[in-house]
Write a protein that binds this ligand. Structure first.
Ligand SMILES: Cc1cc2nc3c(=O)[nH]c(=O)nc-3n(C[C@H](O)[C@H](O)[C@H](O)COP(=O)(O)OP(=O)(O)OC[C@H]3O[C@@H](n4cnc5c(N)ncnc54)[C@H](O)[C@@H]3O)c2cc1C
Length: 201
């Protein structure tokens, strides 16, 4: 199989890049190592108005859970500073549904999406790249003129083609907890250092 553009990773970046490449007339393949797009979720789903706009997702889309216009900023001493943005500043989305919507927008433009397909190596041949893909556990080779590495923080594609690793990676931990919110259109930010103790068993 031969493509103009191969995109590795069907997260938001990969699906949007694939859609735009297809919109400009390229034959595009989008590879995702997982069996479905959008999981596992590694995101709290808070997106700026600009990010929504750049992704081309309507604010009425079913992936949108809430809109946010302000924040309660909690200090380590327990004081709380309300910051009212006055109008909608951000949206809370279901990342699973958001990612799936973006992937379906890409396929609507003619992008071929390959699930269960992990790109494991990329060779540079004269004029095109050979992508070695483990597709449902079986090896395949797909050729493309251009490869877009949209494989997220693990930057595997960059390593495969000899590009440097990011100079700095910020780590995060996510928990889902139940809470009573004071205002649904405000997020709560807790600044400072928190010592986490993990209890086993
Ligand atoms: C705990 C946490 C909370 C966060 N909360 C927010 C938030 O509230 N708001 C926000 O804007 N951002 C948040 N982020 C950051 C956000 O998740 C990322 O910025 C965003 O997902 C990056 O999108 P992406 O498309 O570049 O990569 P990803 O979403 O990581 O997508 C990369 C895709 O590539 C696939 N892939 C990787 N390697 C291969 C391969 N070799 N072959 C095939 N497929 C491959 C992966 O399976 C994945 O589907 C959070 C991150 C974390 C860790």
């Amino acid at each position: 199989m031969k493509y103009d553009v191969a995109v590795v990773g069907a997260g938001p970046v990969g699906s949007v890049a694939a859609r735009y490449a297809a919109l400009y007339g390229a034959k595009v393949a989008l590879f995702e190592e997982h069996a479905t797009v959008g999981s596992p979720v590694q995101c709290a789903g808070l997106l700026s108005v600009r990010a929504m706009d750049e992704c081309g997702i309507s604010t009425n889309d079913s992936s949108v859970i809430n809109s946010v216009r302000g924040a309660f900023v909690h200090s380590p001493e327990g004081t709380c500073l309300p910051v009212n943005g006055g109008h909608t500043r951000a949206f809370v989305v279901s990342r699973k549904m958001f990612d799936r919507k973006l992937a379906s927008m890409a396929t609507s433009e003619g992008v071929d999406i390959f699930l269960n397909s992990k790109v494991v190596a990329i060779n540079n041949n004269s004029g095109f790249k050979s992508l070695h893909v483990q597709r449902a556990g079986k090896p395949e080779v797909i050729e493309a003129s251009v490869v877009i590495g949209a494989d997220g923080v693990r930057h595997g594609v960059a390593s495969m083609v000899g590009l440097p690793a990011p100079s700095r990676i910020m780590s995060g931990i996510q928990f889902e907890v139940q809470m009573q919110s004071i205002r649904q259109d405000f997020v709560e930010l807790f600044v400072g250092t928190v010592r986490l103790v993990f209890l086993h068993g």
